[in-house]
Design a protein around this ligand. Structure first.
Ligand code: HEM
Length: 416
């Protein structure tokens, strides 16, 4: 029997794990779908998502209360009280105020700065591969896809490498809070880590104000924003938090999910080995299919309609990027990976409009460098037998593989 949208529960862990049939049904039958028993409306079609992302007056990013999740337990609340009160910046702001922070991030994140980073990224990628290549196997998420973006952003932020494990733990805690599915014990642990992050960053910010260096934090905290003033501590902490969370989990997930698809579809892997010039296009196709930021929230500011469906003021709108990127109206045979797809870069995995990802250039570059080196140095890459369940983190906003155990043969460079 043909399924309908109500046959799926969006919050069901099984649907979160394998959501694509649900998305297909939504796109066909209920492109503006109110999740039963909630005030959440989900947009699943490409054009609807783009139009809503452009209309910042009706669909606001002022969703801090959603980011914070449900009210914390008394134990978690007490921990949060010992940190810095969160304030809105960038992602959780609308125009015109959004521009104050966005111009700052654009200055700090200039294409020139990112362009200069390629040799340094290649060096990090080589070091990571060096650490496991002789074993002939690795857990790719842990050994490669996680440290690469963390190293890059930590170095750019000017945080010493010995603190990298902590950075990863903090960014996981933010992602877990954002995902809204943490257990009571995890919620308290998340609060502890988030407050630890705040105090750590406050020290770094103070230090960079006093002793600026050539790194992003120094620029961020010393550039004047409006009225000739610099960001205050809460604003600085919020901005740096966004760079950590937005950049780490997403790039990790794109890297791992992409490699899994290439392993499963060996013809696609062969195409890239035969013609490495296709890697840049493959990265776009991987971003389209993986859409690690699977969806983002908007708050509805006035009674409105989309495609004839009424949406009341104060509802939540979910822009489902992961579904929009498989919309058959835009992409032929959309569930299929095709690294040569002509319009792969029409995807909106980095969002669209005002909040379009400022890290897109950086994320893409990391992926391009990573796949180029991996294919140069490893061959016969396959799934390690008996070790993979290929499940994803339970998270309604971010999607990423938990683990990816692979085996491979090192490429014999002397044979070339
Ligand atoms: C594959 C990697 C990445 C993906 C898929 C991704 C995805 C996204 C998406 C979908 C948005 C739009 C959010 C919205 O619609 O409200 C966004 C915004 C953002 N991203 Fe990324 N991102 C990635 C990498 C990065 C990196 C490397 C950084 C920085 C280090 C970064 C920093 C940000 C920030 C700060 C915003 C908020 C921008 C604003 O509100 O104006 N992202 N990202």
């Amino acid at each position: 029997m043909k399924k309908s949208a109500d046959d799926f529960d969006f919050f069901d862990p099984e649907v979160i794990e394998s959501p694509h049939e649900f998305y297909q049904v939504l796109r066909q039958q209920a492109p503006v779908y109110q999740l039963p028993g909630t005030n959440i409306f989900m947009l699943s079609r490409y054009e609807d998502v783009r139009r809503a992302a452009k209309d910042t007056a009706t669909f606001s990013n002022d969703f801090m209360h959603v980011l914070k999740g449900p009210d914390p337990s008394p134990e978690a609340a007490e921990i949060y009280a010992s940190g810095y009160e969160p304030v809105d910046t960038l992602l959780t702001m609308d125009p015109p105020r959004h521009k104050v922070y966005r111009s700052l991030i654009n200055k700090v994140f200039s294409a020139k700065r990112v362009e200069k980073m390629r040799p340094y990224m290649e060096q990090i990628v080589d070091e990571l591969i060096d650490a496991f290549i002789d074993r002939g196997e690795c857990e790719f998420v842990h050994d490669f896809a996680t440290p690469l973006p963390v190293y890059v952003i930590a170095d750019q932020l000017g945080v010493p490498r010995e603190d990298l494990r902590r950075i990863k733990a903090w960014s996981d805690a933010f992602a877990s809070r954002l995902g809204g599915m943490a257990s009571a014990v995890e919620e308290v642990e998340n609060a502890r880590l988030i407050v630890e992050y705040q105090h750590y960053m406050a020290k770094v910010v103070e230090d960079r104000r006093a002793n600026p260096r050539d790194d992003m934090i120094s620029d961020l905290v010393n550039i004047e924003i409006e009225d000739g003033r610099k960001m205050n501590m809460q604003e600085a902490i919020s901005m740096i938090e966004q760079l950590l969370v937005a950049g780490n989990e997403t790039t990790t997930s794109a890297l791992s999910g992409g490699l899994l698809s290439l392993i499963q579809l060996s013809d696609q892997m062969h195409t890239l080995r035969d013609d490495p010039a296709m890697i840049d296009n493959a990265v776009e196709e991987i971003l389209r299919l993986e859409s690690p930021s699977a969806g983002l929230w908007r708050v509805v500011t006035r009674d409105t309609q989309i495609n004839g469906i009424s949406i009341p003021k104060d509802s939540l709108l979910m822009l489902r990027y992961a579904s929009a990127n498989r919309d058959e109206r835009v992409f032929d045979d959309p569930e299929q990976m095709d690294v040569c797809r002509k319009n792969a870069d029409d995807h909106i995995a980095f969002g669209y409009g005002t909040h379009f990802c400022p890290g897109a250039f950086l994320g893409r570059k990391e992926m391009q460098v990573a796949y180029t080196k991996l294919l140069q140095r490893l061959t016969n890459i396959r799934l390690a037998e008996g070790k993979n369940d290929l499940t994803h983190w339970p998270n309604v906003v971010l999607r990423g593989l938990k683990e990816l155990h692979i085996t491979f043969d090192p490429v014999d460079v002397t044979a070339a």
